[in-house]
Design a protein around this ligand. Structure first.
Ligand code: CTP
Ligand code: MG
Length: 173
C-alpha cells in the first residue's frame, strides 16, 4: 500500500510543481485578454500567460531533474513528452475549471470546493493518457489514480494552513 502511495506521488510530481509554480509566477496579461463571453469573463483574471508558461517550464524542468533521480534507482522510464503532458495537462485542467466556473456564474477567486483542488490532476491524467497511453497505463493503476484524487484535497488544505501560519496567505484555505 505504501508503495502505491509513494509511486503515485512521485510520478505526478511534475503536475503538482507545474500547478504551484503557476500560482507563484502568475500575473500580467490574462489568457483571455480580459474578454467576455455572454456577459461573463471567458476565463477571468486568475489565468495568465505568465502563469501558464511558468508552470509548464517549471513542471518540465522538475520532471527532467526527477528523471535523473529515477535513473539512479534504475527507472529510466520517463521522457520529455511525458513531463510536458503532465505539466501542460495540469494547467489545461485548471483553465478548463475556470472556464466552467465562469459559465456557472462563480466569480474569479471564489471557491468551487473539490474541483478547485483536483482540476489539475484530472487535466494531467487526461492529457497524459491521450498523448502517452502506453506509459500512462503501465504506471498509473486505478488505485494510484484514486489515491491521488482523494489525497490531493487534504494535501492542499495542509499546505494552505502552513502557508497561512507562515504569513504567505491571508486565509487558511
Ligand atoms: N495563476 C496564473 N495563471 C495560471 C494559473 C494560476 O496567473 N494559468 C495565478 C493567478 O494569480 C491566480 C492564482 O494563480 O489568481 C491562483 O490560481 P487559481 O486558484 O487557479 O485561480 P483563481 O484566482 O482562484 O481563479 P478561478 O476562480 O478562475 O479558479
Ligand atoms: Mg482559486
Amino acid at each position: 500500500m505504501i508503495e502505491i502511495f509513494v509511486e503515485a506521488i512521485w510520478l505526478i510530481l511534475p503536475a503538482y510543481i507545474a500547478n504551484s509554480s503557476a500560482v507563484l509566477l502568475g500575473g500580467g496579461k490574462p489568457i483571455d485578454f480580459g474578454k467576455k463571453w455572454r456577459g461573463k469573463p471567458i476565463l477571468g483574471e486568475g489565468k495568465t500567460w505568465r502563469g501558464l508558461a511558468g508552470g509548464i517550464i517549471c513542471g518540465v524542468i522538475s520532471g527532467i531533474i526527477l528523471n535523473k533521480i529515477w535513473n539512479l534507482f534504475g527507472y529510466g522510464f520517463s521522457s520529455f513528452l511525458i513531463f510536458l503532458s503532465l505539466s501542460f495537462g495540469a494547467l489545461l485542467g485548471d483553465i478548463a475549471k475556470s472556464f466552467f466556473k465562469r459559465r456557472i456564474g462563480i466569480a474569479r477567486g471564489k471557491p468551487l470546493p473539490v474541483l478547485d483542488q483536483i482540476d489539475f490532476l484530472i487535466g494531467a491524467f487526461f492529457l497524459t493518457f491521450i498523448l502517452n497511453k502506453d506509459w500512462f497505463l503501465a504506471h498509473f493503476t486505478l488505485l494510484h489514480i484514486l489515491f491521488l484524487l482523494f489525497l490531493t484535497p487534504f494535501l492542499h488544505l495542509v499546505t494552505n494552513i502552513i502557508a497561512y501560519l507562515l504569513g504567505l496567505k491571508d486565509v487558511p484555505w
